[in-house]
Design a protein around this ligand. Sequence first.
Ligand code: GLA
Length: 368
Amino acid sequence: MGIGRLSDGLAPTPPMGWNSWNRFGVKIDEALVLETAEAMVSSGMRDAGYRYVVIDDGWMAPERDRNGDFVPDPSKFPRGIRALADRIHELGLKFGIYTDAGTKTCQDLPASLGYEFRDARRFAEWGVDYVKVDWCHTDGMGPRALYAKWAMALHATRRPIVLSICEWGRSRPWEWAGVIGHLWRTAWDIQPEWSSILTILDRQAELHPFAGPDHWNDPDMLEVANGDLTADQSRAHFALWSILAAPLIAGNDLRTMTDEVREILTAPEIVAVAQDPGGRQGRRVRRDGDIDVWVRSLRTSGRWAIGVLNRGPDAREVRIALEEIGMDPRADVRVRDLWQRADVGKTRREIVTATTANSATVLGISAE
Ligand code: GLA
């Protein structure tokens, strides 16, 4: 492929965690973040693989201090960021923070242009493990050079810190960001609506060659359980992000989530697809009216995950020839429903599955 990539081992599989933005916007504070971290543990999410607790835009005070250092908003984080990160580490979790590469954040708060090394050093002192660097207020600047500067600044701290690049896919970051950061946004901001999930999904169809260990396409954080998404839509969103080898960064209120939501976010066989150590991103093999078929090849040879997405309002039966997913049509294959965690049976030549409106079935396929 000729595409360089990082291989520092910080994100061997796509990062998993939680970020404050999708549900809380700038209304964040120490209590929310700590309660969220505790909920991540008590809900079983930590044990399911979720690690990073990330505060997004809105954590900083409106001015830097006299030395030019970032100051956390004292009304939101009165004990500072270091104390918060310490608590999160004590829970067996990792801590992430947000800044912006330009002159101001997307919420017009102080950002990092010209302060990259100073801010990286400060983040490292605070115990930060993950930095999301946004792209507002960057008129005339080149993302490649500026994010490379960020990579150098983080490297110079000697603390292992994941770099999350967030320029929304404008300058085809999949072609250059793999040597610079661990993940990069591929699309504009997600919304908690079915149409937004589908629009973003469609933008991912050609991006599978660019992802792998330590360098992931990021179709944006999860909206599972947010807005007016139904449970089936949330499940479909989660399943497709897993097949895409996308980072799984929950964006809901973990403190109050229902059992149904918790079961989506921790579904063991879906998360196992997302975190498959082969790190190969899935691709779309069929786009036909309301039906999409997405396939991800797993590390164990002869094993695949298939996502059958029904975008529309009607139940449909879907037939998938083994040839369509690149399998030998004469092979005997075993089929398992990864949401239900139940074997479906054996088949040859084709797989037949039923789908309901606005949902995704996920099948695990193994050659005998
Ligand atoms: C941009 C990013 C979002 C979020 C907001 C915060 O829109 O894409 O993910 O970080 O900024 O202001």
